[in-house]
Design a protein around this ligand. Structure first.
Ligand code: NAD
Ligand code: UDP
Length: 315
């Protein structure tokens, strides 16, 4: 297949491109490098089935030739990034998603949207199941991301219902792994960098809020299966092993052998208190569930972060 991927230079996008190429597909990658980096795709520069175009998908663009699938991953994803770029975040979820859907419509291609567990907001149903409509503050600081993704989901369903586009929607829960930016503010890079530098681990609030962490290769497997499936309604993709952020901080300290103290800092506004995916639908519809344990995933991620921090120190 020939597949157009937006947001390809980001953390998830770059791993997804690797997987598509490994499966024998041809990839046309689009990115404006707002939060991603061409360096994440540098290893593909000699690959004849891969091309990278610098393109803001909120602006008009066209792709020549056959396209079999359109994958829309472009969007700032870390709270630090979307709080810094709220307007760009709303624009890419709305105008950007529309341009990607128009491309799928024009080319008679299937379409995959990477949505998010943030569609559930600060959830009152736990674990979160796809049929839950969510509890989102529409005017809070996180609304630029949450509502952008909720709009993107609505637009995707509209193109399916009105135009018959073969669409799929992944609701991704917290995912981590190599190629996350060291300074993107998300809890995995934050704690790992702090632990490796012997700096205090910054736990927001009292650390009783929960998350569950999915390793990048597991997510990519779920996305790949979903892209090829006939499932039209949202599917949760994430790891259901839930823990408090304080427990997570302690785990990182143990894993890295760090003596970093814990430093409690204020909880950001509207920070969801609990989050854990119900993955029953992904199991049934895709035969998918995560395989990589937290210990193994963190070991691989620590290895990457050690390399990156050593490189940063040398530079
Ligand atoms: P990321 O920031 O590493 O990647 C996003 C990419 O989109 C970047 O390369 C960025 O430059 C690009 N981009 C942003 N605006 C663009 C625009 N207008 N035109 C072209 N490119 C643009 O984030 P990520 O963690 O890789 O997330 C990828 C996708 O998965 C996002 O849609 C995100 O919402 C979703 N997601 C990720 C997670 C997670 O835990 N990583 C969780 C939920 C949802
Ligand atoms: N968090 C934290 N310290 C940090 C960064 C994040 O305690 O340095 C917390 C944050 O408040 C949230 C959780 O870790 O409760 C996950 O945050 P992240 O930014 O990774 O993603 P979110 O799940 O909020 O989108």
């Amino acid at each position: 297949m020939r597949i157009v991927v937006s947001g390809a230079a980001g953390f998830v996008g770059s791993h997804f491109c690797d997987r598509l190429l490994a499966e024998g597909h041809t990839v046309v990658a689009l990115d404006n490098f707002l939060t991603g980096a061409a360096g994440n795709l540098a290893h593909l520069s000699g690959e004849p089935r891969f091309s990278l175009i610098q393109q803001d998908i909120t602006e008009p663009f066209s792709i020549a030739g056959v396209v079999d699938a359109v994958v829309n991953m472009a969007s700032p994803a870390s709270p630090k990034d979307y709080l810094e770029h709220p307007v760009e975040t709303l624009a890419v979820g709305s105008a950007g998603t529309r341009r990607m859907l128009d491309l799928a419509l024009e080319k008679h291609a299937r379409f995959l949207l990477t949505s998010t567990s943030e569609c559930y907001g600060d959830p009152e149903v736990h674990p979160q199941v796809e049929s839950y409509w969510g509890h989102v503050n529409p005017v809070g600081p996180r609304s630029c991301y949450d509502e952008s993704k909720r709009f993107a989901e609505a637009l995707t369903m509209a193109y399916h219902r009105k135009h018959g586009v073969a669409t799929s929607i992944a609701r991704i829960f917290n995912t981590y792994g190599p190629r996350m930016k060291l300074d993107d503010g998300r809890v995995v890079p934050a704690f790992l960098c702090q632990a490796l530098a012997g700096a205090p681990l910054t736990v927001f609030g009292d650390g009783s809020q929960t998350r569950s962490f999915c390793y990048s290769s597991d997510l990519v497997e779920g996305l790949y299966r979903l892209m090829l499936s006939d499932e039209r309604y949202p599917v949760n993709l994430g790891n259901p092993r839930e823990m408090t952020i304080l427990e997570f901080a302690e785990r990182i300290r143990r894993l890295t052998g760090s003596h970093s103290p814990i430093e409690f800092q204020p909880l950001p506004e509207d920070d969801p208190k609990q989050r854990c995916p119900d993955i029953g639908k992904a199991r049934a519809a895709l035969g998918w569930e995560p395989r990589v344990t937290l210990e193994e995933g963190l070991r691989l991620t620590v290895e990457y972060f050690r390399g990156e921090t050593a490189g940063a120190l040398k530079a």
